[in-house]
Write a protein that binds this ligand. Structure first.
Ligand SMILES: O=C(O)c1cc(=O)[nH]c(=O)n1[C@@H]1O[C@H](COP(=O)(O)O)[C@@H](O)[C@H]1O
Length: 224
């Protein structure tokens, strides 16, 4: 089975990002490039990282009217990403158009509720109820819209997996026992998330901020 760990390359310097990816590449299955990286380095940066030969997860979290999101999807065909994110709260029509505009071979997955939020944060956005229920509701919407899967925390992935058997599930907010949680609020270990049905495990700071990133990535791989 291939390694489900995608390294979140949330670094502002392209050279440092490339060096880190090269250092840990034997212990990861792919690389996630998010907003920080893409805003700083754009298409050029993605091409530079793609040279390493690992699948690229372009985490752009698109959230706009359907026409604009579809246009953005078309503009990234050339980058051949394995996975792209949109926000489920953009609605069904937006997700349908995003999927229709994506390149063949690109999985489109919907971010449900950020792992940095808990029930209280959710309430502040005007949604009453539990994070768990909100994730399940948005997962159902994403499935109806024809997406490939969702992004959720390890707290929900087991339930989502039971209701969407062939879905593709991306789980960030992962910490080993010895890592601080930082801004993440819904956290589990990589092993727990994998056992509960995660397809991809997104890991950033536990590797990128470790004294020895290769050793940290190897240690996570060894738990799986
Ligand atoms: O879409 C994501 O990847 C994502 C969704 C989410 O709900 N929470 C979340 O942390 N992420 C991303 O996952 C990575 C987590 O980073 P660390 O907390 O450093 O492991 C970051 O790149 C986030 O942008």
């Amino acid at each position: 089975m291939s390694n489900p760990v995608y390294l979140a390359l949330d670094l502002p310097q392209l050279d440092a990002a490339k060096a880190l990816a090269e250092q840990v590449r034997a212990h990861i299955g792919g690389i996630k490039l998010g907003l920080e990286f893409f805003c700083a380095h754009g298409h050029h940066g993605v091409h530079e990282i793609a040279h390493l030969g690992l699948p690229i997860f372009l985490d752009l979290k698109l959230h706009d009217i359907p026409n604009t999101v579809a246009g953005a999807m078309q503009a990234i065909h050339v980058l051949e990403p394995a996975i792209v994110t949109v926000h489920a709260s953009g609605g069904r029509a937006m997700m349908e158009d995003a999927k229709a505009a994506a390149a063949n071979g690109t999985r489109v997955v919907a971010v449900t509720m950020l792992t940095s939020m808990d029930d209280r944060d959710l309430m502040q956005t005007g949604v009453a109820g539990k994070a768990h229920d909100q994730v399940l509701r948005l997962a159902e919407l994403a499935q109806t819209a024809g997406l490939d899967g969702i992004v959720c925390s390890g707290h929900e992935v087991g339930s989502v997996h039971r209701q969407w058997k062939d879905g593709f599930f991306v789980v960030p907010g992962l910490r080993m026992g010895n890592n601080g949680t930082g801004d993440q609020k819904r956290v589990v270990t990589p092993r727990q998330a994998r056992d509960d049905g995660a397809s991809v495990l997104v890991v950033g700071r536990p590797i990128s901020r470790a004294d020895d990133p290769a050793a940290a990535a190897r240690a996570i791989e060894a738990t799986l």
